[in-house]
Design a binder for this molecule. Sequence first.
Ligand code: IVH
Length: 709
Amino acid sequence: MYSNTEQRHLFEQSKHYISNEKKVADVQQQIADLIKIIQFHEWKYYVKNDPIISDYEYDTLFKKLEALEAQHPELLQKTSPTQRVSPDLADGFPTVKHLTPMLSLANSYNAEDLNGFDEQIRKLTGVEGDIAYCVEPKFDGGTIVLIYENDELYRAATRGNGTEGEEMTHNAKAMRSIPLNAAFSEHGIYKAELRGETLIRKDNFEKANQKRATQGKTLFANPRNAATGGLRLKDSSEVPERGLETFVYQLSYATNKDGREVLNHFPTHHESIEALDRLGFKVPTIERKLCKNIQEVVDFCKAWEEKREGYDYEIDGMVVKVNSIDLQEECGYTSHHPRWAIAYKFKAKQATTRLLNVEYQVGKIGSITPVAKLEPVALAGVTVSSVSLHNEDFITSRDLRFGDTVLVERAGDVIPYIVKAMDELRDGSEKPIIFPKFCPSNTKEQVELVREEGEAVWRCPNCTCGVQMLQRLIFHVSKDGMDIDGFGKSFVERFYHHGWLNDISDVYNLDFDKIRNLEGFGEKSAQNLKNAIGKAKQNSIQKVLKSLSIHHLGKRASQLIAGEIEHVLDLKDWDEERFLSIKEIGPVVAKNIIDYFSNTTNIEQLQRMEARGVNLHQTEADKKKVLITDGILSGKTILFTGTLQKLGRKEALQLAEAEGAKKLSAVSSNLDILVVGEKAGSKLKKAQDLGTVQILSEDAFLKLIEKEF
Ligand code: IVH
């Protein structure tokens, strides 16, 4: 339909119109451009399921077109996207007319917009004091319209074009969250029309997709598609299986036995929702608030914007409704939306930007992490200009190239990441990203990188340039290491560059007279640092062990080993057998520790630490902790299947073993956890059939063991 060149051109043009850079004097030309651009984005969104701009950007373009058409009605075209109420009706289901037209909502994006809305309501109603609003989530699923007659579910339909929808009563009846009977008659209502949204919970969505993968079906792009598709299933027996649920958010029509309207039987929206709750409908509860004034509305909307990720369902904003039904009536409607309600749209989680460059960072054990430098872009409230690309496979599997336009996502607290490159926007000038063969930080000599079998990362095995030492120093003093209060990365870097920190034992030999005289340091901060270091010298040896940056020696293994030794240097005499005699310690960690303690430089470093006052003797804490804590996966069996994106298989297994898990080689009733990567096959299917296995995605696994990648 559109060639790459056309797509690129339309995308560039959209950006210009969105940022107001486009100065086209001719209004007719502007309208023609905007129509073309919007049609293109609608095709990307609705037909291809692959949008390349955010909802916010789309709305901006749409509003621009609406404004121009309003100023120049003579230029309005019948086929303008603004003249379309909603996506076309598809065939296959009978078309039915709604009892009241289903309008859309006006949008707002910030406190200022909401205050403007409040002002407008005041003008429309003449109210001078505070106006009460009911605020609830703007669910991101499929709209459903339910009609009850004589206390029975009579009909259900989709939104369709707002006036008419597709009848799908059979599917509504298959949803247990929709009551088949509801005692509306108790409220004097004979016929009622309700609006709601059919959704799929995020975890059910994951499960549905995993199942589809095993069946070789195409995956749903997002929970909304899974829900809207679910509403229109021909075979309603699939509905419960898909986990569809319906929230009801509006009583839009109510008449009594004589056909007289009784909508104002409930004086407020809040009361009508409470009544629907009592009648057995699923309504928003903790996510809904009756706000005394617009300030409470703003606070509630912002609070939900913060916690949207932790919510079980996809929501893309909040809906603010005037609470009093009388006041709603006074406000009335425009041809497009009610004047008494407004949607507060959350900031986009996704944005497009350009991949400018890739830098390679060297970690404390020499792992090389590629980091993409991006053209800065605003994403869910922060500016993002660099994101981790994890490892070489991440780059190759997504075919990322220099100069690519990339889609970046930031979901909640999760670190931003690149979802994909938009190859439809390439012009041929993009260059492949070639992972380095040699250590990128060592300019003096060429140190060849190595990638061990089963690992996803390349490492610099033999560091002579000091970068790894600097990283080890930063880790040693950090919260996860010796937890030296106030000793941040920037201090480490400064001291290191002054030549005061050559290895970790130097942390305990700093000259505070010199530090006191450093710019930005005073007597007090130097003294605080000295005290914090003094305190850390008394740390338990499990902390000391963990702070040494021995590959794979994490918190759990450090605890276990600390419980078995009297002094850290006892480990000099430990052989593999001795390590393996500790349940939960595997051969790889054992080998890494043995290697570490057979290196005299390391031994001397530990001896210097001890001479400088660091405790290397087992403490009470070392004995105690082991007795009472268990690895998070202790006693569990685990198996990995499919291609993991961030971890190599071997690494994944080591991480699991470090937390106490045991690997199984096949799916059976003895299996507790199956971690699924991409293109998982029969193992996943078998685990699902068993129904007793906990199935985790790679990210869920990393989250469980608290590893950030
Ligand atoms: S009220 C007359 N409340 O947003 C206004 N709509 O309306 C009726 N939506 O596709 C809409 N959550 O399905 C309202 N809590 C909520 C909503 C909500 C989601 C959807 C609705 C429609 C779109 C615009």
